[in-house]
Design a protein around this ligand. Structure first.
Ligand SMILES: Cc1cc2nc3c(=O)[nH]c(=O)nc-3n(C[C@H](O)[C@H](O)[C@H](O)COP(=O)(O)OP(=O)(O)OC[C@H]3O[C@@H](n4cnc5c(N)ncnc54)[C@H](O)[C@@H]3O)c2cc1C
Length: 382
C-alpha cells in the first residue's frame, strides 16, 4: 500500500497540512518524512530541565495573525494564551520600545518632550535628502528614505548587519520594509494592526504532538528525503524543504546566512528584563536576546539562574540557515519555482523563505483544502 500524500518536512507547514488534509478527507493516509527526530521545525519547543521554563530553541515563536481562521484552527487544537508580544531595543542600557516610534525619536534626537508633530518635522528634515524619487535599491536606501541617517545608525544598521551578517547596502529593500518602519506616536513595544497574538499554553511542542496523534498520519523521523529516494505516493508530494537542495543545486545554490541561538543559564541580575530585547549597538556580539521566563504562563523558576537565548549571526548550537534577500537570490529562486514537476508542490519555508507562522498556517490550510478537493475528484480515490 502507498500513502495518498507524502509530505517532506515535519515543520509547521507539513504538520498543519497533514492534520487538515486527514480531517477533510477521512481515510486518507499521509506520510511525513522528517530529517531530524524533532517535530515542528523552527517552531519546536521544549522545557529547560534546570528552570522548568518552556522555550523555543530556535528563538521565541509567537503567532500573530489577522486571519480569524488561522487563530480558530490553532485554538481548536491546543489551549492558546493570548499575549501581545512587546519588543525593546537596548541602547546603552536604556530600553526603547520597538517598532520605532515617538520613544525612539525622542531618545535619538535627545529631546524627551518632543510632540508627535515636532518629531515628524525633525525626521522629515533628515529624510528629505534621501528621497531620490526612484525605488530604493537596497535595505540601506529604503531605511534612509524612511528614517534618515540618525535613526538608521542608532537602531537599524547594526541590527541588520548582525542579523544577516551582511551590510544593509548589500541586501534587498524588503529586509528593512518587512521588519521596520516608523510611527510618530508612542508604540509601547506593540506591533499595530495584528488581530490575535499568542502561543500554546503547553508550548508549540505540545501542539505538534497533538497534530501527529492521528492514525492516518505516519511520521518517519531521521529520514532525510531527496528526489532520488522518495517513497511512491498515489496523489501528491508536498516539499517544504529547501528548493535548491531538492533539485541537487543544479541551477546554483541560493546564498544563505546563518544565525544561531546560544542558550545559557545567566545570573538573574544580568539577565534581560524583557522577553525579547534587541541590541543594535556595536558593543554587543548578539543582536537579540530571548528570555522566555518573562512570558505569561511560565512556571515559577525556583533557581537563581535565568535561561537566556543569545541570537547571533554565524555557527553554533541551534543554527538556522536562511536565504538572503538579494537580487541574485530572487532570480535563482524564481527559476527554481518555475520548474514544474507533476504532482509535486514546493511550498513552506524551503520555497517561500521568509513567511511567518500566521502566513504559513493560512497557506497550509488552503493547500490542504485544494488537495482534498482534487483527491476526491480523482478516479484513484478512495
Ligand atoms: C529566528 C526565527 C524566529 C522566528 N520567529 C517567529 C515568530 O515569533 N512568529 C512567527 O510567526 N514566525 C516566526 N518565524 C518564522 C517561522 O519559523 C516559520 O514561519 C515556520 O517555521 C515555517 O515552517 P515550515 O514548516 O515552512 O519550515 P521549517 O520550520 O523550516 O520546517 C522544515 C522541516 O523540514 C525538515 N527537513 C529539512 N530538510 C529535510 C529533508 N531533506 N528531508 C526531510 N525533512 C527535512 C526540517 O528538519 C524541518 O523540520 C521565525 C523564524 C526564524 C528563523
Amino acid at each position: 500500500m502507498r500513502p495518498d500524500v507524502v509530505i517532506v518536512g515535519a515543520g509547521l507547514f507539513g504538520l498543519v497540512t497533514a492534520d487538515r488534509l486527514t480531517a477533510l478527507l477521512p481515510g486518507a493516509w499521509v506520510m511525513v518524512l522528517e530529517a531530524t527526530d524533532r517535530l515542528g521545525g523552527l517552531c519546536a519547543s521544549t522545557v529547560c530541565p534546570h528552570t522548568g521554563v518552556q522555550y523555543n530553541p530556535y528563538g521565541t515563536h509567537t503567532l500573530a495573525t489577522s486571519d480569524p481562521d488561522v487563530w480558530t484552527y490553532v485554538a481548536g487544537r491546543t489551549r492558546m494564551i493570548s499575549h501581545q508580544r512587546r519588543a525593546y531595543a537596548d541602547i546603552g542600557g536604556e530600553l526603547v520600545p520597538l517598532p520605532l516610534g515617538l520613544e525612539a525619536i525622542r531618545l535619538c534626537y535627545g529631546d524627551a518632550s518632543l510632540t508627535p508633530e515636532a518629531a515628524r518635522v525633525l525626521v522629515e528634515q533628515d529624510v528629505a535628502p534621501h528621497r531620490t524619487g526612484r525605488a530604493p535599491a537596497s535595505a540601506q536606501e529604503a531605511a534612509l528614505a524612511a528614517l534618515g541617517p540618525r535613526l538608521y545608525e542608532m537602531f537599524v544598521r547594526g541590527h541588520i548587519t548582525k542579523q544577516w551578517g551582511t551590510s544593509p547596502e548589500q541586501l534587498a529593500p524588503g529586509v528593512f520594509t518587512d521588519r521596520f518602519g516608523i510611527r510618530f506616536t508612542p508604540t509601547a513595544g506593540l506591533r499595530s494592526a495584528v488581530g490575535r497574538q499568542g502561543f500554546p499554553a503547553d508550548g508549540w511542542g505540545d501542539f505538534f504532538g497533538r497534530l501527529v496523534d492521528n492514525r492516518d498520519i505516519t511520521v518517519l523521523r531521521r529520514h532525510a528525503a531527496s528526489v532520488r529516494d522518495l517513497p511512491p505516493y498515489t496523489h501528491a508530494c508536498i516539499v517544504t524543504t529547501p528548493i535548491d537542495a531538492w533539485f541537487d543545486h543544479d541551477l546554483g545554490t541560493l546564498a544563505r546566512g546563518r544565525i544561531c541561538v546560544d542558550w545559557r543559564l545567566t545570573d538573574r541580575h544580568t539577565a534581560p528584563a524583557t522577553a525579547t530585547t534587541t541590541y543594535p549597538g556595536p558593543g554587543v556580539p548578539y543582536y537579540r536576546a530571548h528570555t522566555p521566563e518573562h512570558l505569561p504562563g511560565q512556571p515559577a523558576n525556583p533557581t537563581e539562574k535565568v535561561l537566556v537565548g543569545y541570537e547571533h549571526h554565524g555557527d553554533g548550537p541551534n543554527a538556522i540557515d536562511f536565504v538572503l534577500r538579494t537580487p541574485d537570490n530572487q532570480r535563482l529562486a524564481d527559476a527554481y519555482r518555475a520548474r514544474r514537476t507533476d504532482g509535486v508542490v514546493f511550498t513552506g519555508r524551503g520555497s517561500t523563505f521568509h513567511d511567518d507562522m500566521g502566513t504559513t498556517i493560512a497557506a497550509a490550510l488552503a493547500l490542504a483544502a485544494d488537495l482534498a478537493k482534487t483527491i476526491e475528484r480523482s478516479p484513484k480515490w478512495p
